[in-house]
Design a protein around this ligand. Structure first.
Ligand code: PGA
Length: 249
């Protein structure tokens, strides 16, 4: 079963300038006073990673990158940044395979490369998977998710350095949530697929898609979900803190 530590991960996407650090300061102030066992990770854009990582040394909030290029070290890849380069900024987490990146051409093969290189650089990878509306309607959800997992994850990879985020694409930014029974079923299937790859010790499985301070109530009693990947609502410290407060209320 789950190890009990919940994750609240904020994905800022294309949002944030240096002064946006005040959002993180406020989140940090809240969680420092809170004794509960959960992890908070914020993924600001690449442009802020170094500044924020330096400011957060020895703080409870951790910083994640939102993506990386599928080649390591240095190379002739204009506009791209390798896992090695991000690691050197002091960042330890990285989101890979977000549906917005998949939509702009990232295939399972590219994502497999990224994950491999990120793990080689000792990152903890937050791997996003999810079906679109048509796949859901055609009842292909489980097959799509299995393919996304099996084509990227291999037994030899360290499951301790992985976090899986199940994000139905039709739920991202739409306010639409999966119904509880479907979500539980899908999470069970994801966990079963992960068990086949890694045997008993599987990585945490999070949910993402329209999580905010109100919708969080619907997830409170779904124990097999290890936490949340939060987009829109992570751009405000109040919303983000309220998600945590209401989850534990
Ligand atoms: P949302 O985004 O919370 O705004 O729906 C989630 C995500 O894209 O990770």
């Amino acid at each position: 079963m789950t190890n009990g530590t919940k994750y609240f991960i904020g994905n800022w996407k294309m949002f944030g300038i240096p002064s946006s650090f005040k959002i993180i300061t406020q989140i940090n102030r809240f969680i420092n006073k809170d004794k509960r066992r959960y992890k908070v990770i914020i993924a600001p854009p690449l442009s802020l990673l170094q500044d924020f990582t330096k400011k957060l040394r020895n703080k409870r909030v951790m910083i994640s990158a939102q993506n990386c290029y599928q080649k390591d070290n240095f190379g002739a890849y204009t506009g791209n940044v390798s896992p090695f380069m991000i690691k050197k900024l002091g960042v330890r987490y990285i989101i890979i395979g977000h549906s917005e990146n998949r939509a702009s051409g990232e295939t399972n093969k590219i994502i497999e490369e990224k994950v491999k290189i990120a793990l080689k650089n000792n990152f903890t990878v937050i791997l996003c998977i999810g079906e679109n509306k048509i796949e859901k309607r055609k009842k292909q959800t489980i097959n799509v998710l299995k393919k996304q997992l099996n084509s990227v994850l291999k037994k030899k990879l360290s499951q301790k350095k992985l976090i899986i985020a199940y994000e139905p694409i039709w739920s991202i930014g739409t306010g639409k949530l999966p119904n509880k029974r479907d979500l539980i079923n899908t999470t069970i299937k994801i966990r079963a697929t992960l068990s086949k790859i890694f045997n008993k010790n599987i990585p945490p499985v999070l949910y993402g898609g329209s999580v905010d301070s109100e919708t969080i109530y619907s997830f409170k009693d779904i124990g097999i979900i290890d936490g949340f990947l939060i987009g829109g609502a992570s751009k405000s410290s109040k919303n983000f803190i309220d998600i945590i407060k209401n989850f534990y209320k």
